[in-house]
Design a protein around this ligand. Structure first.
Ligand code: ZN
Ligand code: ZN
Length: 404
């Protein structure tokens, strides 16, 4: 735990002397959160602010609170995030939840609560998405989560196994995790640099599950991945683990069909065996073996949630994928597989985006939405080809892996 905590503080957040750190953590993860807090003080933090949450209390509220509550949002909460963001704090979130906790909850309540949450915290989340503040999301096991991932083991063993899987996926099982991350970042950077040089006009995905999808990329798009740079030039890792390299699709340039290869866990609701069909960027047909209502709600959130905001490449042969574990947690599962996201695109994926208004970004093909929901479609037989700026066809993936 200490090695992992140090990795999060040094490589994830890259905490600067005298910086404030806000740690959002489930109460069940308190022991680990305290170790991170102590590590951060040792590394020179000004103050570590604990922002506890409890998903069981959230569930009780969803089940029993009067209906109008779910369209409200307390101002102090907004003020909490914005005031610390304004002070230049870094934000570490420990993400660990029971994947099926919310299955008895009316999905309309969750959808409304999320909408209000996203609307009220838009300024805060935009600060994070444009790297004005440093942020990092990481995970540790909880009992209910471990039971879902390893249902055939006694609870203690399941938790132990999930710890092992998490530590392995974040390279904290290695003798020197910080050095291992430096090497990992260099590998990601090689592929990013090659793709950025090509400036692909479009990219085409095909596999035997039925995915046949062509995505145009905006002019001057940027592939990113591994580490990020904050507005002040501090290198950090927003997601630990991270195996993906990603960019923004052109909002109206998506055509064809994509078939999911893993379940999508959306706030405790699972959507399984689904496909989306796009025409000129917009979702025109959805199918789902399970969780159709949840998927429909995601897509109907606002105008932008019907369009794509992210395209991410992850080789099939990567540490998380090789473990062959379904984590029921996007942070891990999205790093096991190529994925797309419905909703908001990262403006940083376009050159010159800092100086552009929301309308200019949309005109340039960068989607906007209150939503950003990742779903996985990578398979061992996934083929990806693309057309370079000067009209040359290139193989990007052959049989699920990079072929650059
Ligand atoms: Zn992604
Ligand atoms: Zn994403």
């Amino acid at each position: 735990m200490e090695k992992y905590a140090r990795l999060l503080v040094k490589t994830g957040i890259n905490l600067q002397p005298n910086q404030t750190l806000v740690i959002s953590s489930p109460i069940e993860c308190a022991e680990f959160a305290r170790i991170v807090s102590e590590t951060a003080y040792r590394e020179g933090a000004r103050e570590v602010v604990m922002n506890w949450n409890d998903e069981l209390s959230s569930k009780i509220r969803y089940l029993y609170a009067p209906d109008e509550i779910f369209d409200e949002f307390p101002q102090w909460r907004k003020e909490f995030y914005l005031s610390y963001a304004g002070m230049g704090a870094a934000f570490l979130s420990i993400s660990a939840s029971d994947p099926e906790l919310m299955k008895d909850v009316n999905p309309d309540r969750i959808a409304r609560a999320n909408k209000v949450f996203r609307r009220e915290l838009k300024e805060y989340s935009e600060r994070l998405m444009s790297n004005q503040n440093i942020w990092c999301i990481a995970s540790i096991p909880t009992v209910s989560w471990a039971k879902k991932v390893f249902p055939n083991h006694p609870v203690d063993e399941a938790v132990e196994k999930l710890w092992e899987a998490i530590l392995k996926s974040v390279r904290a099982d290695l003798p020197d995790p910080i050095e291992a991350w430096d090497r990992h970042k260099a590998v990601l950077k090689r592929n990013i640099d090659l793709l950025n040089k090509m400036q692909l006009q479009w990219i085409h995905f095909k596999n035997n599950l039925g995915t046949d999808l062509k995505i145009e990329l905006p002019k001057n798009h940027i592939w990113m991945g591994g580490s990020d740079l904050s507005a002040d030039g501090v290198e950090f890792i927003a997601n630990m683990p991270t195996e993906e390299i990603f960019t923004a699709p052109s909002r109206k340039g998506v055509n064809g069909r994509v078939v999911s290869s893993m379940p999508l866990n959306y706030n405790g609701n699972l959507v399984e065996d689904f496909s989306l069909t796009f025409k000129d960027g917009e979702v025109v047909d959805i199918q789902a073996g399970k969780g159709y209502a949840t998927l429909k709600q995601i897509i109907d959130t606002d105008e932008g949630s019907r369009y794509l905001g992210e395209i991410a490449l992850v080789p099939y042969d990567s540490p998380i994928s090789n473990m062959g574990i379904l984590f029921y947690n996007t942070l891990f599962d999205e790093n096991a597989s190529c994925h797309l996201a419905l909703g908001k695109a990262y403006p940083v994926c376009l050159q010159g985006s800092e100086a552009m208004s929301r309308e200019e970004l949309i005109d340039a093909g960068i989607n906007d939405s209150l939503m950003h929901v990742d779903f996985m479609f990578g398979t061992p037989d996934l083929q990806i080809e693309g057309m370079t700026e000067d009209g040359k066809m290139v193989n990007i993936f052959r049989d699920g892996n990079f072929d650059l």
